[in-house]
Write a protein that binds this ligand. Structure first.
Ligand SMILES: Nc1ncnc2c1ncn2[C@@H]1O[C@H](COP(=O)(O)OP(=O)(O)O)[C@@H](O)[C@H]1O
Ligand SMILES: O=C(OP(=O)(O)O)[C@H](O)COP(=O)(O)O
Length: 407
């Protein structure tokens, strides 16, 4: 868990400066409405500080994965409205993040103003870390502040490239996340267990390889588990799985055996034919998922097994819900395990560090959020940090920041 030096807001006088603030406004959405405000609430103090001190705050963020195309449903306009409500302050939405529209909006700002630019991932250059896009973003501002720890594992134009052009600083949330995770997990009390679930199989499955070296128990749930079940030769019906990653899953299973890491996979699942509330469900062993059905939650035997495993741990890290918690009854596994973790934490028997946009939402849904020892806004970034990687967005603050003349 390496750390790097970086400038913080303590060394920035924001007055009169245009500040490009990389936030993570990738909030969970359900039925078209924002279902959890945690990322916005955790970001708000940085914006308030910069704006109250006379900075001109240009918020930039991605939202979901539009893959370089303009997808109107993935506009940041509604998130900008939610930000204004949390800040109790006028926030102007700007319908582009580079080019004339963004340049004019930045040029018209007064001290203390806050604007939100449109989704950076509407441009393919964002995820390619295109130098031209990074230059365009940097040209909007005098300084760059990265407060998006949860996107710091992505080397994108707005998280990495831009820091090479203008003086760069870590925002307050970035600072808090890095310090809190280090304090909680630098020398964790063993045994350490990890629960990894959720749906971002292609980006998270690979990192289990390294994570396994850091933990004594690794439990895999959610859609992530389906790939492991398929890799074991079980049919998973039409469950979400990653065909390309079956070999990686096999590698991870073999490595767990060789390293005596306790790899816990579901033994039973809750299945449905349709992805909707009220659809008929069944509980089946993982060996008996019928064609045309989907595993949407861990089953009761798996839930009991996971709770039993928790009792033997001193430290738990958790990213990714165990099922489609947004759609009851597929929230039951996540709820039960979260409540058990909360109880053990409350009793002082377990330290729990959980993170991820949807994980936070799931823990809140389970009524277990406030018992966690630390809650990070980050999921994938948190897991990569835990692997021992220095995240590109953090490296850029430490090293690229020194390539440009200081203020
Ligand atoms: N078995 C499953 N099949 C499909 N989706 C699942 C399954 N289990 C969990 N999910 C979904 O995973 C999503 C969260 O995954 P992810 O984005 O990786 O978590 P986080 O944002 O906390 O890092 C949730 O929207 C949830 O519905
Ligand atoms: O929601 C996020 O990460 P998370 O789902 O791991 O918590 C971040 O906004 C990063 O999003 P990405 O995984 O599409 O790059």
């Amino acid at each position: 868990m390496a750390t790097l030096s970086y400038n913080t807001l303590d060394s920035l006088d924001p007055r009169g400066k245009k500040i490009l603030l990389r936030a993570d406004l990738n909030v969970p959405v359900r039925d078209g409405a924002i279902s959890d405000l945690t990322r916005i609430e955790r970001l708000a103090p940085t914006i308030r500080e910069l704006s109250d001190k006379g900075g001109r705050v240009i918020v930039v963020s991605h939202f979901d994965r539009p893959k370089g195309k303009v997808v109107p449903e993935l506009s940041l306009a509604p998130v900008s409205e939610a930000l204004a409500k949390v800040l109790c302050k006028k926030v102007t939405f700007v319908p582009d993040c580079q080019g004339k529209v963004a340049e004019d909006a930045a040029a018209a700002m007064q001290d203390g103003d806050v604007i939100v630019l449109e989704n950076t991932r509407f441009y393919a250059g964002e995820e390619k870390n295109d130098p031209e896009m990074a230059t365009n973003l940097a040209a909007l501002a005098d300084v760059y502040v990265n407060d998006a720890f949860s996107a710091a594992h992505r080397a994108h134009a707005s998280t990495e490239g831009v820091a090479h052009h203008i003086p760069s600083f870590a925002g307050r949330l970035m600072e808090i996340e890095l310090n809190a995770l280090e304090a909680a997990l630098e020398n964790p009390e063993r045994p350490v267990g990890a629960i990894v679930g959720g749906a971002k199989v292609s980006t998270k499955l690979d990192l289990l390889n390294n994570l396994m070296e850091k933990v004594d128990m690794l439990a895999v749930g959610g859609a992530m588990a389906n790939t492991f079940l398929a890799a074991q030769g079980y049919s998973v019906g039409k469950s979400l799985k990653e065909e390309d990653m079956l070999d990686t899953a096999r590698e991870i299973m073999a490595k767990a055996k060789a390293r005596s890491c306790d790899l816990v996979l579901p033994v039973d699942v809750v299945i449905a034919e349709d992805f909707m509330a009220g659809a008929p469900t069944q509980i089946v062993d993982v060996t008996a998922i019928p064609d045309g059905w989907m595993a949407l939650d861990v089953g009761p035997k798996t839930t009991a097994l996971l709770i039993e495993k928790l009792v033997g741990l001193k430290t738990l890290v958790w990213n990714g819900p165990l099922g489609v918690f947004e759609l009851p009854p597929f929230d039951e596994g996540t709820n039960a395990v979260a409540q058990a973790a909360a109880k053990l934490t409350d009793a002082g028997k377990l330290k729990t560090v959980a993170g991820g946009g949807d994980t936070v939402s799931a823990l809140r849904h389970a009524g277990a959020l406030h018992e966690m020892s630390y809650v990070s806004t980050a999921g994938g970034a948190f897991l990569e940090w835990l692997e021992g990687k220095i995240l590109p967005g953090v490296i850029a603050l430490g090293e690229a920041g020194r390539e440009v003349a200081p203020l």
